[in-house]
Design a binder for this molecule. Sequence first.
Ligand code: ADP
Ligand code: MG
Length: 191
Amino acid sequence: METIVESTEYLSDEAATLAFAQRFAATVESPCSVALIGDLGAGKTTFVRGVLRALGVTGAIKSPTYALVESYDTTKGEVHHLDAYRIESVDDFEARGGFEYFESPSIRFVEWPERLQGAVSFDWELRFDFENEGRRVTISPVAPGGGGGDTRVASSSGGEEDGGLQSDSDSNSQRHPLPNPLPSRERGPNQ
Ligand code: ADP
Ligand code: MG
């Protein structure tokens, strides 16, 4: 039996998105792969910027739309921010070294994961929807193998389990019961 936990939260403005990102950053642990779903302007890049700032990145944070990936050294190790919007195909993604970012332990955020057609499996999916003047974020765990049949890379490799928001795909038994995936103010970083 699998524990399915989905949480949703209304983000009334950009500051709310950044605050949500800060709470997510406090909870996420490497290795972890996060799919960011949402239309153009939904707040995916804003969210990642908030996570990176919370993890100590002080320099420029660029959208990886053209470069495919921007990588950062953070207080929780390497973070890769990918944007698959402009890839031509999964083969193109592979040719550009996209899969390499999933080989050693790190935290990866991927905008436009649909373009990868299930070739990467994710631990978490965050969906951003427009709602009134703000956005609604919905966070859900991705079932192992839920990314589709043609999974070329596991969602993560290496690292130790400590109950944080991280991959549990390495232990190929059943999933552990998940903590509430929506980081809340009450929960500390070591939950
Ligand atoms: P995406 O990467 O999904 O295309 P961006 O993060 O680049 O989107 O842009 C999102 C835009 O929406 C930015 O102008 C940002 O200021 C704004 N924004 C972010 N979060 C919210 C929110 N919760 N409510 C309203 N506007 C937001
Ligand atoms: Mg973006």
